[in-house]
Design a protein around this ligand. Structure first.
Ligand code: HEC
Length: 209
């Protein structure tokens, strides 16, 4: 074999090896992304640890109960940005049910401006609190549907890192009385309704079918 061919072969082998390495690297990055389990974690005192990355969960709705429509004093005068963890979203799309382990996150945002170039209205202001609803019938056997409720502070960031479950009367009672589906206010989250009707198909995620 002459040197020229040898060198070419050498380069080809190198190129092959490096593209394989790049492929592997890509795969490991993808796998690293998929290793998030979206399961609730607790500290030694049984307090829920604030999950990280909830702003990357699936956004399902943004109810708003402003002071100005509630005699100047709403219990929660903020926008309520509601998210479901991606694993439970997937399960819900397939089965129409909230799996054991489901977490809903609700982040509160104050009303900021009340006028913009788009018109008079309510516009998101500063962040003002964070809450979680968690379904786990084994962990909370006495709670309706196995749901417990946590608040990490009704205040600006930084939110508390951990929270104990709230007493049933403080949170769950109102959900039991008025939520449409398994303690969740699905009547205010049209995205969940669309997903349920579409099952695993594209419409549930904004596709056409
Ligand atoms: C007076 C009734 C009432 C009480 C009390 C209440 N909630 Fe809710 N909650 C609602 C309504 C209505 C919604 C629907 C969306 C919205 O308005 O925020 C909701 C939605 C939620 C959600 C989003 C998922 C879902 O179930 O729809 C979480 C999380 C949540 N509440 C946590 C809490 C926590 C934590 C407490 C106690 C500190 C609490 N709630 C007390 C009425 C209530």
């Amino acid at each position: 074999m002459n040197t020229r061919i040898k060198t070419d072969l050498h380069f080809m082998a190198l190129a092959l090896v490096s593209s394989f390495a790049i492929l592997l690297l890509g795969a490991s990055v993808a796998v690293a992304d998929d290793t998030r389990k979206y399961e609730a974690e607790f500290n030694a005192d049984g307090e829920l640890i604030r999950p990280s990355g909830w702003r990357e969960w699936v956004f399902v709705g943004s109810p708003l109960t402003p002071n100005s429509l509630n005699g100047g004093e709403a219990p929660f005068p903020e926008f309520h940005s509601v998210y479901i963890d991606p694993k439970s979203w997937k399960h819900y799309k397939k089965t129409g049910e909230f799996r054991e382990g489901t977490m809903f996150a609700k982040e509160l945002t104050l009303v900021g401006a009340t006028a913009a170039t788009s018109g008079i209205g309510f516009f998101n202001g500063d962040l003002q609190g964070f809450e979680i609803a968690h379904k786990d019938s084994k962990r909370y056997p006495k709670e309706t549907g196995g749901w417990a409720y946590y608040t990490f502070g009704h205040k600006p960031e930084p939110y508390n890192n951990t929270a104990g479950a709230m007493p049933t009367a403080a949170c769950a009672a109102c959900h039991t009385a008025a939520a449409a589906e398994d303690m969740v206010f699905t009547q205010y989250y049209p995205i969940l309704g669309v997903a349920k009707a579409a099952g695993d198909k594209g419409a549930g995620v904004g596709g056409k079918d």
